[in-house]
Design a protein around this ligand. Structure first.
Ligand code: HEM
Length: 171
C-alpha cells in the first residue's frame, strides 16, 4: 500500500469505531438455541440497526509501517450455547490494510494468557486509490482457511462474513 493512500486511510478511519455483525446466519442460529448467548465485554457494545444485530468495538489506536496500516479496536464478543459446547470468543479485533489484502484479526486464544498472538480470521480485497469503502458499506470479508475451525468446520474458507464497518464514535 502506497504511503499516500496509507495517510488518507489513517486520517479517514483513525478515530472511528469498528462495527461488525460477525455473520448474520450464525447470529440467528445462536438466537434459536435455548441457551444461546451473545455477550459483549470490555468495551464492546451492541449496535443494533434495521439491518440486524451488530457490535461496536471502540478504536484504541493505530500503527503503520512501510506498506501496511493496522487499526486497533478493543472489546470482546463472547458467543455461547449448547451447554457450553459452543464457545466462540472474538477478542480485540484489528483491521490491517496491506498492499494485497484487508485482514481482520483477533486474539489467538490458544496462546492465552499471552494476548500478543493474533489470528487472521477473515480477509478481503486490498484497498486501492480507487477503492476505499467509498459507498460506506464496510470492507467485505471472507473466512480464512485457518479460521474454519472457529465455526466448527461448518463454513468453508472464503464464506462471506459481515463487512467491517467503520463508524464515527458515539459522543
Ligand atoms: C452440541 C453440539 C451441537 C449441535 C447439536 C449442533 C446442531 C446444529 C444444527 C442442528 C444446526 C443447523 C441449524 C439450522 O440450520 O437451523 C447447526 C448449525 C450450525 N452450528 Fe451447530 N451444533 C453443535 C455445536 C456447534 C458448535 C460447537 C459450533 C461452533 C461454533 C457450531 C456452529 C454451528 C454453525 C456455524 C452453524 C451454521 C449456522 C448458519 O449459518 O446457519 N455448532 N448446528
Amino acid at each position: 500500500m502506497g504511503q499516500d493512500l496509507m495517510r488518507v486511510m489513517a486520517s479517514t478511519y483513525g478515530d472511528r469505531d469498528l462495527v461488525w455483525s460477525v455473520k448474520d446466519t450464525f447470529i440467528r442460529y445462536i438466537g434459536s438455541l435455548p441457551d444461546g448467548t451473545l455477550t459483549p465485554l470490555n468495551g464492546a457494545e451492541p449496535f443494533s440497526t434495521a439491518g440486524g444485530p451488530e457490535w461496536r468495538f471502540p478504536y484504541v489506536g493505530q500503527s503503520a509501517d512501510d506498506d501496511e496500516l493496522t487499526l486497533r479496536y478493543q472489546g470482546e464478543l463472547r458467543i455461547s450455547g449448547h451447554n457450553g459446547m459452543l464457545l466462540v470468543i472474538l477478542m480485540d479485533p484489528w483491521l490491517t490494510f496491506t498492499a494485497t489484502e484487508t485482514q481482520l484479526s483477533v486474539v489467538e486464544l490458544m496462546s492465552w494468557p499471552d494476548t500478543s498472538v493474533r489470528e487472521v480470521i477473515a480477509t478481503g480485497p486490498a484497498c486501492s486509490d480507487g477503492y476505499m469503502d467509498a459507498a460506506g458499506q464496510g470492507f467485505p470479508l471472507g473466512l480464512t482457511a485457518t479460521a474454519v475451525e472457529l465455526f466448527n468446520n461448518v463454513y468453508a474458507a472464503g464464506t462471506p462474513l459481515g463487512p467491517a464497518r467503520l463508524v464515527p464514535p458515539v459522543v
